[in-house]
Ligand binder design. Structure first.
Ligand SMILES: Cc1cc2nc3c(=O)[nH]c(=O)nc-3n(C[C@H](O)[C@H](O)[C@H](O)COP(=O)(O)O)c2cc1C
Length: 243
């Protein structure tokens, strides 16, 4: 049965990212339902080029918390490392007597696409059951150590973490930029300066200091935090995908 537009809006409007969880052991049927939804995600070329490392060991979960600056890795009901996985694809090819072509860029593209779709299905299914979650790009702060802690074979590349559990913080509704900036009609439309300024103002409520463009700059501009991540991500792609 299709949902009503009001039901769909209410469900998606209620999404919010949580970083503090109650101690809660998830019932097995909830976990099974969430993992089933995860595997129902569409997958490019049918290849399912992703793997999830479920973090269960408490010391490992704490280590992930400190390495990534996201301590909820240790306290969530579920903690995962979400990975692009071309290693298993190679095994399937090998079963039919083939070798993987020299396609590291394609492998990265397919693997990340598949991993993101599956993990977002996981998050949405969790939210349908009343849980909340948090994607964790902070894994990029410690890629080498994470690859070695989780014994990822060549061909498997961490994309992000994902924690899921029962929220222990009040709900917030974080804004998004204007829809007219993200949906283009037939051809790409450059936004005007005033549209850019309006969307920066729209996003102000999620910032500590009131200027979202400055928040973005602390991540992505020169001397921002992403500059430090660039080299280590490139090195891991070289090591894991021979790219
Ligand atoms: C790929 C990805 C990585 C993220 N990494 C982090 C992270 O490392 N730490 C964190 O607290 N939130 C992280 N987030 C959550 C975003 O900050 C959050 O989705 C955004 O602020 C919008 O808020 P909302 O989800 O509550 O609407 C990440 C989200 C995505 C999609």
């Amino acid at each position: 049965m299709p949902k009503t537009t009001a039901e769909v809006r209410t469900f998606f409007d209620a999404h919010w990212t949580v970083r503090k969880y109650k101690s809660f052991e998830m019932p097995p049927d909830h976990l099974d339902t969430i993992l089933s939804a995860t595997q129902r995600a569409p997958t490019d070329a049918t290849a399912q080029m992703y793997s999830f490392i479920r973090l269960r060991d408490s010391q490992l979960r704490e280590k992930f918390g400190s390495l990534t600056g996201n301590p909820h890795f240790a306290t969530a009901s579920l903690s995962f490392l979400v990975c692009a996985d071309v290693h298993r694809l190679e095994l399937f090819l090998k079963s039919a007597g083939h070798e993987l072509a020299a396609i590291p860029t394609i492998a990265n593209h397919f693997g990340i696409g598949d991993a993101v779709m599956a993990a977002q299905n996981m998050l949405v299914a969790s939210e349908m059951l009343g849980y909340r979650g948090c994607w964790i790009g902070g894994v990029l702060n410690a890629l080498d150590e994470i690859v070695s802690l989780t014994k990822l074979p060549q061909g498997v590349v961490p994309f992000a973490g994902l924690t899921i559990g029962v929220a222990d913080e009040p709900a917030v509704h974080r804004p998004r930029i204007a829809r007219s900036l993200i949906v283009h009609e037939d051809t790409y439309r450059e936004p005007s300066e005033s549209e850019i300024n309006e969307s920066v103002a729209l996003m102000a409520s999620i910032t500590a200091r009131g200027n979202w463009a400055e928040t973005l700059a602390r991540y992505f501009a020169k001397d921002g935090t992403m500059e430090k991540r660039e080299g280590s991500l490139r090195a891991i792609l070289k090591k894991q995908l021979k790219s």
